[in-house]
Design a protein. Structure first.
Length: 600
């Protein structure tokens, strides 16, 4: 009953909102209908060939179609047909747009699920936003050689199309589109549109999941998410040299898993944005917020080579999980780059070297380790929002976290290294950051081959308690997700098992676990600024034989800070602090009974 009432209400609203002039003439060949959409158009459907033909002059439909009309109409053509909306949505396999038509209006052919082929005329100049949204089985576009503008979402979720060519396309419009379009997204009883209350910035080819090649040589600007989630896309403009592109919107190549190389020599910014989980709008409360950063090339797992010599800004997660990325510009140098976002190169497993001569920060401002399943890496489970590059999002990694083959980095002007920056960079042997004053928590955790560290101005080692979630139930709108939280620490140099010597003249604080399990560490010299040593800071350093503390300001030694070090280690401390430091190191720090203290 509810459904019948809903359909009746929709029909009554359409009668008042969408004017039409039916001139129906039915025979065995098909149905002809005339529309009052600014001008009259002849629309013929042939049942035998399952072909819908549109003939007329000018713009077919409305550009800038009323959102009110869209809410209630679903497909703006459907409700004008007789015989219960026969045939557009469920029968048409071929759509032919006749000569003389110069533009296709917004949302005109959405949900033509069975349409396989579209024929476009030479006269066509513009394709409106979401024109062919959800034409799920579209395989071929014929013609369209004179199209100069395509608006956002035009071919969104045309998941079967493999090849697209618009040789004279100049403009890809950054349109905002109501992405989800089925009637079950309108709740008539509660009187609101639970998924349609917002429009989102989407590119024309979002979710074209079988798209392999596209030819658009005259385009100069790529709109937000132009090729978002096109996992089979391999070829753009024949050779992937996009020499005409001067600007890219956010998250343009997100999840293009088959793209192997690309050149964008004129762009100055690689931009990222955020996704919003569908369930959030429905009322489900997620334990770690509602944002998921989507990098410009995130999940481009086949990408091996990229040329971006003039880039000055790279946004969050831009190359996250590009596990085959080896080559960036000439000699892997980003010579003009001044800003590097969060987690940019995380999980670039084959990246071996990089040069960042102008960058001053390696950032990671927020992190929540999670083994939950609600971020399942399927972009169709998310809304699309246009949030700026610099905003922090959940599921953010350190800049080079998981770059297991990274051997060298040149970053002479970096002053701040964020948390987890080099987390599990297992091939990194030497690091020199002459201007660094602050290291974030877990910055070098598990760098098992690190032997040499040069940071003469280092003052602070930060410690963070990380949070891991375990899913206890799937959650519903009425009963939110339940989780169990587990807390843990990862020290800044924890498990750097080949690190032998550390000298720091400026260090003020050593945090929890910062040098834990550095099993080959033999000596450490701590300067005059040292004020505190955290829990388990040097725990299990069984070869640590020499500890020199020059500071007279040390007031705190954490629990088990020196537990399980070499049993006869020597501590050299200021003469005036011998008694105090001996008590702190042996009672709180749990140093072995036979360690010796030398006053100097």
């Amino acid at each position: 009953m509810k459904k019948l009432f809903s359909l009746f209400l929709v029909f009554m609203l359409l009668v008042t909102v969408v004017p039409f002039n039916a001139l129906a003439d039915t025979d065995s060949a098909g149905i002809t209908v005339g529309y009052d959409l600014g001008k009259n158009f002849q629309i013929t459907y042939d049942k035998t060939s399952k072909t819908l033909t549109v003939q007329g002059k000018g713009c077919f439909g409305k550009l800038g179609f009323s959102e009110f009309d869209y809410y209630y109409g679903g497909n703006p053509m459907c409700w004008d047909w007789k015989e219960d909306c026969f045939p557009p949505l469920y029968h048409v396999e071929n759509i032919v747009i006749g000569e003389g038509i110069t533009a296709i209006g917004d949302y005109m052919f959405i949900n033509f699920y069975k349409a396989k082929k579209i024929t476009l005329p030479k006269s066509l100049k513009r394709i409106g936003k979401a024109s062919f949204l959800n034409c799920l089985h579209l395989q071929k576009i014929i013609g369209g050689q004179n199209v100069t503008q395509i608006d956002g979402g035009a071919f969104l979720s045309c998941s079967d199309i493999k090849n697209i060519s618009f040789p004279n396309l100049v403009k890809i419009d950054n349109s905002r589109v109501h992405v989800f379009s089925t009637m079950d997204e309108i709740d008539m009883d509660d009187g609101y549109y639970w998924k349609l209350d917002k429009s989102f910035s989407v590119g024309p080819f979002v979710h074209c999941r079988n798209l392999e090649s596209i030819y658009i040589p005259k385009v100069k600007k790529l709109a937000d998410r132009t090729f978002f989630d096109c996992p089979k896309l391999k070829t753009i403009n024949k050779n992937n040299n996009l020499n005409n592109i001067i600007d890219m919107g956010v998250s343009v190549f997100y999840n293009c898993k088959s793209l192997k190389n690309i050149s964008l020599p004129k762009i100055k910014a690689v931009k990222s944005s955020a996704l919003i989980k569908k369930g959030d709008i429905g009322g489900i409360i997620l334990p770690s917020g509602d944002l998921h950063c989507e990098g410009a090339f995130e999940n481009c797992s086949s990408l091996e080579k990229i040329n971006i010599p003039n880039v000055e800004v790279i946004g969050n997660n831009s190359f996250y999980n590009c596990k085959n990325l080896k080559s960036i510009n000439k000699n892997n140098s980003l010579s003009k780059l001044t800003y590097l976002g969060l987690g940019v190169f995380a999980k670039c497993e084959k990246l071996e070297k990089i040069s960042l001569p102008k960058v001053q920060q390696l950032k990671m401002t927020k992190y929540k380790a999670s083994d939950l399943g609600y971020y399942n890496e399927q972009p169709t489970d998310f809304y699309y929002e246009g949030i700026g590059d610099l905003r922090s999002c959940d599921r953010v990694y350190g800049t080079f976290e998981g770059c297991t083959r990274l051997k060298s980095i040149s970053a002479p002007n970096v002053k701040t290294v964020g948390a987890r920056t080099f987390y599990s960079c297992k091939s990194l042997k030497k690091i020199s950051l002459p201007k660094v004053t602050t290291l974030g928590s877990s910055a070098f955790f598990n760098c098992i081959n690190l032997t040499s560290v040069n940071m003469p101005k280092l003052r602070n080692l930060q410690t963070t308690k990380w949070t891991q979630f375990k899913l206890l139930n799937e959650g519903t709108e009425d009963f939110p997700i339940k989780v169990k939280r587990k807390y843990y620490y990862r020290g800044t140099f924890e498990k750097c098992v080949k690190l032998k010597k550390i000298t720091s003249s400026s260090l003020a604080n050593v945090g929890k676990y910062d040098f834990k399990d550095c099993t080959r560490l033999e000596s450490i010299t701590l300067g005059k600024n040292l004020k505190s040593i955290g829990d388990s800071a040097f725990n299990n350093n069984r070869k640590l034989k020499s500890v020199s503390i020059k500071s007279t300001k040390l007031s705190k030694v954490g629990k088990s800070a020196f537990s399980k070090i070499y049993s006869k280690a020597k501590f050299t401390v200021p003469k005036s602090k011998l008694k105090k430091y001996k008590k702190l190191i042996k009672s709180n720090g749990k140093a072995p009974k036979n360690v010796k203290f030398i006053a100097k």
